[in-house]
Design a protein around this ligand. Structure first.
Ligand SMILES: [Zn+2]
Length: 901
């Protein structure tokens, strides 16, 4: 008989050898549990007991390794990715010794079940009978939502050490539990670092004390400050890519993403709030009920308060709980109130400890694993049915095939095809021209069939519109009329072809064309680009791949010019912005170097033995710009928006390989602007952070030839009358200028600022008193336009401007928030991009009706010269979530071409 012990009572704990704390007897985490002494406790390995310390990232790994060593036959510990800061991301697989021994075979069978095509009924039935149910417990994607990682360690311990517990025996026998303890180790490390620095001698529960109050940027995001709980289908971050790989290896039947919310809330678990994504099936909704009721029963048993069907929705497909759903999983988010330190004083006069949070999360997660095991056969069969019905739905759909058409910049269609393929969607590349509905499509067109097991993910990402229920929208309109916040949790649009600016055509029938499959793994190189050596020059039509090539080539000393107009050469028309790389003046091995760069980035290079054009702008024209490697300064830290600063830095450094110096806003006075060509202000509430002296130095630098780029709220700041960088203003809801300058037209208190229109004084005839208009009387005097939760609008681009290089005249941009600007007048600059006319304004998602009129034809992208330099101002964040490939190219045009033009 094996020895057993009880844990759950802790008397003291040491914190980094400094603090000593007495802990009163506490509630056991799992009452009645008896544990195998051979399995090491967290206390034994890490020196603190469960929930008594916020375990740092390296110790999370240490403990899992100790468990794997103590229970080698029932565990498999996998490092599934490395964070940007080189921390390992772990997955601990727990199951029966028989399954762990042949884990690769089990995974192959799970993958077979997930692709029912070619699976006989007999094989399907055998798989349903034999396969384990897979429960994927993923923790701490937001690094400052701390308790779930310590819960994960307890979950693993409990599953491996429990003795005489029939439920846990069932979990090990009938399931595989995949525990990802820490999805964001860099964010957690940032949290732990600042929390230890501010810690008092004994935990201070005051909610606003420094222990709970994180400095910019906080621990929520990863190294590039991405919210990785929005990144799943975008896969921009290595952490996300690792998780997508796990999702495609195991096809988990149940997925739980464990988070934290505000310290005063009660526990949340599924079923989620409205709106629910329309591609979630009835059986998945029943799954939410199954697990919701089981968790409810557990929490009732323990006397813990909770809520369901409120706040947290299931609409956006890039969450950690939703992306798995469109592969057939039952995905759920659990939210524990955050102590954001070791203790937290709640408004209900209780003190919540960190351990309280760990305990609740561990109970919900373990209850979920038990519930999954009890329903093994049903859950396994439902995933099979889900994948089968997705194919059947696709076969019947009027949009059975999605055709992605390479446009002016084919590299963006290629990037989109790879994005889809690496998340497990089958994508074919046409190797010959073909015709659908009398339209001919070129070689290199991509075809995505909806009739595939991932068909519902396909629809989510490629359908131009994903509808929210009408009654939900009606409720939001009612709330907004009372100036209550809407209940839309995230954006209402994410259509990838729009965001990549790739044309999409659908076909109701299968497209038969000779094609190759786009590789599904991240490591697959792009196809080789070969072209003949030239004696005179190489031409590179501009686009996303060309910009990435330029960003790498310019610092190597490869000289190139950008042609500021269209031209015809050797019978081919080249668009504005085409780069000319002359043999003369460039390194002798230019051909070899360009070949390697073109293959790496996917850019097209056209050799030419003449530069004599037959129409348009000459290649030696005065209307060409010499491109040199730009030296870029990016403003960082408060008061910038951490998301915007992070997306921008990522876009520069990682997407385009453009080096950038980041300077904290408070240190901007120390910057020597003369050493830089480009200054980028990400979105942020700048106020007076950039003082007059620094502002004057920026203006002098601009007059001398600098390129200033402002994004979103930084553009609003640049319009301020005290700033004076952009000769325009933001607009109020009623179209008046939004300026706070004292005495400025339309400013608060200025004549005519409220109640526009004549008062009718001087009329001798007494007017009949009008009926009091209550609804009108309660409208605020000054109000900004309605804030948009996130949609995609059409942008009209002026294609004769170099900022539009690589684009045709129409583009799509995310819009979020309430910025609307008056257009620049012709004597001040150009509105290179503006929102479309009303009939075609909204491309995807929801824009509040009264905001549509004021947005129409207002500037999206402004260009205002100042002396030898210029300001390039975006109304929105061009690098939004780094999945906005189309507008990211506009941003890179500003960076790469701005100093030259
Ligand atoms: Zn969270």
């Amino acid at each position: 008989m094996r020895t057993v012990k009880c844990v759950g009572v802790v008397m003291c704990v040491c914190v980094v050898g400094v603090l000593l704390r007495a802990q009163p007897q506490v509630e056991p985490i799992w009452p009645g549990a008896k544990y195998d002494l051979a399995i090491p406790t967290i206390q034994e390995v890490l020196g603190h007991d469960t929930g008594m310390e916020i375990t740092p990232p390296d110790q999370v790994g240490d403990y899992l390794q100790a468990l794997a060593k103590a229970a080698p036959t029932r565990t498999r510990l996998v490092e599934y990715a490395r964070s940007w800061e080189n921390r390992p991301l772990w997955l601990m697989v727990i199951g029966s010794p028989e399954r762990i021994a042949k884990l690769d075979e089990v995974k192959r069978d799970l993958q077979r079940l997930a692709d029912p095509r070619g699976l006989s009924q007999g094989d399907a039935d055998r798989l349903v009978k034999e396969l384990p149910v897979v429960t994927w417990l993923i923790h701490g994607v937001h690094g400052n939502e701390i308790s779930s990682s310590d819960a994960a360690l307890f979950e693993a311990y409990h599953l491996l050490a429990s003795q005489g517990d029939a439920d846990i025996d069932l979990v090990l026998r009938d399931s595989l539990v995949l525990i990802d303890p820490m999805q964001n180790p860099d964010g957690r490390a940032r949290f732990v670092f600042q929390n230890l620095q501010t810690r008092a001698a004994s935990p201070d529960p005051t909610p606003y004390n420094a222990e709970h109050d994180e400095p910019w940027p906080g621990g929520r995001a990863n190294h590039y400050l991405f919210d990785m709980n929005r990144d799943w289908f975008a896969q921009t971050q290595p952490e996300t890519r690792g998780r997508i790989t796990i999702g495609r290896e195991y096809f988990p039947h149940v997925t739980v993403d464990l988070h934290e919310q505000s310290g005063d809330a009660n526990y949340y678990f599924a079923p989620p709030a409205d709106p629910v994504n329309p591609h979630i099936t009835a059986s998945q909704r029943q799954g939410w009920e199954l697990f919701g009721r089981a968790n409810g029963a557990r929490f009732d048993q323990r006397g813990w308060a909770y809520f369901v069907r409120e706040v947290f929705d299931a609409f956006y497909p890039g969450y950690g709980d939703s992306w798995p759903m469109f592969n057939g999983s039952i995905g759920m988010t659990y939210e524990q109130a955050s102590a954001r330190a070791l203790s937290f004083a709640r408004q209900d006069d209780t003190v919540m400890t960190y351990r309280d949070g760990v305990m609740r999360h561990a109970n919900a997660a373990i209850t979920t694993a038990i519930t999954a095991a009890r329903n093994r056969e049903q859950l396994v069969r439902e995933l099979l049915d889900y994948r089968r019905s997705a194919i059947a739905e696709g076969e019947k759909s009027t949009s059975r095939e999605y055709i992605l058409v390479p446009g002016q910049d084919p590299s963006r269609a290629e990037a989109l095809a790879r994005n889809l393929a690496t998340q497990g969607i089958e994508v074919r590349r046409a190797e010959e021209t073909f015709t659908v509905a009398r339209r001919e499509f070129p070689v290199g067109t991509y075809i995505v069939s909806q009739a595939q097991p991932a068909g519902r993910l396909v629809r989510n990402l490629l359908d131009p519109q994903t509808a929210q229920p009408a009654d939900f929208i009606k409720r939001q309109e009612e709330r907004r009329a009372k100036r209550l916040n809407d209940q839309i949790y995230d954006v209402t649009a994410w259509n990838l072809p729009m965001l990549f600016d790739v044309d999409l055509v659908t076909s109701g029938s299968a497209v038969n064309v000779r094609s190759t499959n786009v590789p599904m793994n991240y490591q697959a190189p792009l196809p080789m680009r070969t072209f003949a050596a030239s004696k005179v020059a190489y031409l590179m039509p501009w686009g996303s791949a060309a910009a990435a090539l330029a960003a790498e080539a310019l610092p190597q000393g490869i000289r190139m010019h950008s042609v500021g107009g269209t031209f015809t050469l050797n019978g081919r028309e080249f668009p504005l912005g085409t780069a000319v790389i002359r043999v003369a003046g460039n390194p002798a091995d230019l051909h070899a170097r360009l070949s390697a760069l073109a293959s790496k980035h996917g850019a097209e290079i056209v050799p030419t033995d003449t530069t004599y054009i037959t129409a348009g702008t000459s290649l030696g024209s005065n209307d060409t710009a010499y491109l040199k490697a730009p030296r870029v300064l990016l403003v960082w830290d408060a008061p910038t928006s951490s998301l915007s600063a992070g997306w921008t830095r990522y876009t520069l450094e990682r997407r385009y390989g453009q080096p950038v110096t980041i300077v904290r806003a408070a240190s901007l006075a120390r910057a020597n602007f003369a050493n830089f060509d480009v200054l980028v202000l990400p979105s942020g509430s700048y106020g007076t952070t950039i003082n007059e002296a620094v502002l004057n130095r920026i203006k002098d630098w601009l007059r001398g030839g600098g390129t200033l780029i402002t994004l979103a709220e930084a553009t609003r700041w640049a319009t301020g009358s005290g700033v004076g960088l952009l000769s325009t203003t933001g607009l109020l809801k009623d179209g008046r200028p939004d300026t706070d300058a004292p005495g400025a037209p339309g400013a608060a208190g200025a004549p005519g600022a409220s109640g526009a229109g004549a008062s009718g004084s001087g009329n001798a005839t007494p007017a009949k008193p009008a009926e009091f208009d209550y609804d009108k009387a309660i409208q605020p005097d000054r109000e900004r336009p309605a804030s948009q939760p996130g949609a995609i609008l059409r942008v009209r681009l002026e294609t004769d401007h170099w900022l539009s290089a690589g684009h045709d005249g129409e583009l799509f941009s995310m819009i979020e928030g309430n910025r609307v600007f008056a257009p620049l007048k012709l004597d001040n600059g150009r509105n290179v991009g503006r929102w479309f006319t009303k009939d075609r304004l909204i491309a995807s998602g929801l824009i509040w009706p009264e905001a549509q009129d004021i947005l129409v034809q207002k500037p999206y992208l402004m260009h205002q010269p100042l002396g030898q330099g210029h300001i390039i101002a975006f109304a929105e964040d061009a690098n939004y979530r780094a999945y906005s490939e189309g507008t990211m190219l506009l941003f890179m045009n500003a960076v790469l071409l701005g100093p030259g033009y």
